[in-house]
Design a protein around this ligand. Structure first.
Ligand SMILES: NC(=O)c1ccc[n+]([C@@H]2O[C@H](COP(=O)([O-])OP(=O)(O)OC[C@H]3O[C@@H](n4cnc5c(N)ncnc54)[C@H](OP(=O)(O)O)[C@@H]3O)[C@@H](O)[C@H]2O)c1
Length: 382
C-alpha cells in the first residue's frame, strides 16, 4: 500500500500563479507570477490545476468585501505579502510527499502511517476542503488533510468537478433546509440563470418540486427562457413581468391557487420584494447573494399579515459547521453528475496559457464591474 502512496514525479514544476498584494478592482490589482515549486513536504501532495471557476465571491474577496479573507504572506520570493485568489477548483494529484505518521485512528498506535491522511493516489482529482485555498494557480503543494478526493474522474468532467463545492451544494441545502417542500409544491427564485439558480432548477425537477424563475430581460430572452425550460424550469418570468400587478392571477392559474413556500434571493432590492410577494403564509425567503448591491426589501405587510420569515444562507459557514456532511454531499453531487442527473451549463472558459506574463486583456475584461458577460467563467489549465 505504501508503495502506491509514493509518486514517480519528483520534478520541480514551474508554476504560474495569480496574486494580489492589495485589495481592489481585480483589473487593477491582479498579477501573474512565475515561480518554482519545491517538492511536496511531509503529508503534502503536488497538485496540477484542471479548472477553477471565477465566482462572484472570488471577485468580492479580491475587492476586500467578502467575509472570508485570503491569507497574505511573503511567498514565491515576493518582497510584498501576497494572496492567491480562488476559493474553488479541481486539481489532479501529480506527486505525493512522504506519508505523514501519527496516531492511527483505528488501532490507536503511534508513529504509523495515518491511513486517513494518506489515501490519495497520483491521478486522483481533488478539491479544497475549505474556502480561500488559492485555486488560481497552475501547480501548488497542499496538505493532504486540506483536500477532498473525488477519486479518478470516471465520467466527471473538469467543469463539473471545478464547480462542485459551491453552487450545487448551495442550491441543494437551500431547497432542503428552510421549508418543507413536498412533491408538487412551488418555489420562486431570482437570478435564475446563475450557477446556483440553474442547479436549483435541476434539483427541484428531480425532486418533483415546481419552480418559478425570474431573470433580467435581455435581447435573447426567448433563448434563455427555452434553455431554463430545458433544464426543468416550470415557468420563467422577467423582472418586469414579476413586478406587474397582474402576475398574481397568472401565477395563481399556474399553481391552482397555491402560493410559493420558498423564495431564493440572490439579487436584493426590488427583485427581492417581488419574489417575497409570491410567498404563502409563513413562507420563507432565503437570501444568499446581493447581486444588485441593494438591500433586501420586504414590505411590512408581508411580515404582519403573512408572518413570512426572512433567512440567510452562506455555504462556507454551513460546511465549516458540518464538515462530515459536507464531504458526503460532495460525493453525492459527484455521483449525480456521473449519473447525468445534474449538468453544469452556460460556462465560458478562459485558458491559463494566456496568462504567461500578465493577465490577458480578455481575462481582465471579465472583471470590469463584476461579471462582464452572461454566464460563469472557469479558468482551465492546459
Ligand atoms: N451564500 C452562499 O453560500 C452562496 C453560494 C454561491 C453563490 N452565492 C451567490 O449567489 C449569487 C449567484 O452566484 P453564481 O456563482 O451562481 O453566479 P453566476 O453564475 O456568476 O451568475 C451571476 C448571476 O447574477 C446576476 N446578476 C449580475 N449582476 C446583477 C445585477 N446587478 N442585478 C441582478 N442580477 C445580477 C446574473 O444575471 P444576468 O445574466 O442578468 O447578468 C446571473 O444570474 C452571487 O451573488 C453569489 O455571491 C452565494
Amino acid at each position: 500500500m505504501q508503495g502506491a502512496l509514493k509518486s514517480s514525479v519528483r520534478l520541480l514544476h514551474t508554476a504560474r500563479t495569480i496574486i494580489f498584494s492589495n485589495y481592489g478592482a481585480p483589473k487593477e490589482v491582479l498579477q501573474v507570477l512565475k515561480h518554482k515549486l519545491p517538492e511536496p513536504g511531509l503529508g503534502e501532495a503536488t497538485l496540477k490545476l484542471i479548472a477553477a471557476p471565477i465566482n462572484p465571491s472570488d471577485i468580492n474577496q479580491i475587492e476586500g468585501t467578502y467575509a472570508s479573507k485570503p491569507e497574505f504572506s511573503k511567498r514565491f520570493g515576493s518582497s510584498d505579502a501576497v494572496a492567491v485568489p480562488g476559493n474553488e477548483g479541481v486539481f489532479e494529484v501529480i506527486g505525493l510527499g512522504e506519508p505523514q505518521t501519527g496516531i492511527d485512528r483505528e488501532t490507536n498506535s503511534k508513529d504509523v502511517v495515518n491511513t486517513s491522511l494518506n489515501t490519495l493516489e497520483v491521478g486522483d482529482w481533488v478539491i479544497p476542503k475549505k474556502a480561500s485555498f488559492g485555486t488560481w494557480t497552475t501547480f501548488k503543494n497542499a496538505k493532504i488533510s486540506d483536500l477532498i478526493s473525488l477519486g479518478k474522474p470516471n465520467g466527471l468532467t473538469p467543469l463539473q468537478a471545478a464547480t462542485i463545492a459551491v453552487n450545487p451544494l448551495t442550491a441543494y441545502r437551500m431547497l432542503k433546509d428552510f421549508a418543507k417542500l413536498e412533491k408538487g409544491d412551488w418555489f420562486i427564485q431570482n437570478g435564475s440563470n446563475s450557477g446556483v439558480g440553474r442547479m436549483a432548477i435541476q434539483l427541484a425537477k428531480l425532486w418533483g418540486i415546481k419552480s418559478i424563475n425570474v431573470v433580467r430581460d435581455r435581447r435573447d430572452i426567448d433563448e434563455l427562457k427555452q434553455e431554463l425550460h430545458d433544464l426543468g424550469a416550470d415557468h420563467v418570468l422577467t423582472e418586469e413581468q414579476v413586478a406587474d400587478r397582474s402576475i398574481k392571477t397568472v401565477i395563481s392559474d399556474w399553481t391552482n391557487g397555491a402560493m410559493c413556500k420558498l423564495a431564493l434571493n440572490c439579487v436584493g432590492g426590488r427583485s427581492s420584494t417581488n419574489i417575497a410577494k409570491q410567498l404563502t403564509d409563513q413562507g420563507v425567503i432565503v437570501t444568499y447573494g446581493g447581486m444588485s448591491k441593494q438591500p433586501v426589501g420586504i414590505p411590512t405587510s408581508l411580515y404582519i399579515f403573512k408572518d413570512i420569515h426572512s433567512r440567510g444562507f452562506w455555504v462556507t459557514k454551513w460546511k465549516n459547521n458540518n464538515p462530515e456532511e459536507f464531504e458526503q454531499m460532495i460525493q453525492k453531487v459527484a455521483s449525480m453528475f456521473r449519473a447525468k442527473e445534474l449538468e453544469v451549463t452556460a460556462i465560458n472558459t478562459v485558458e491559463f496559457q494566456n496568462l504567461e506574463n500578465a493577465p490577458s486583456e480578455e481575462f481582465l475584461s471579465l472583471f470590469k464591474s463584476s461579471i462582464a458577460k452572461s454566464g460563469k467563467y472557469v479558468i482551465v489549465a492546459n
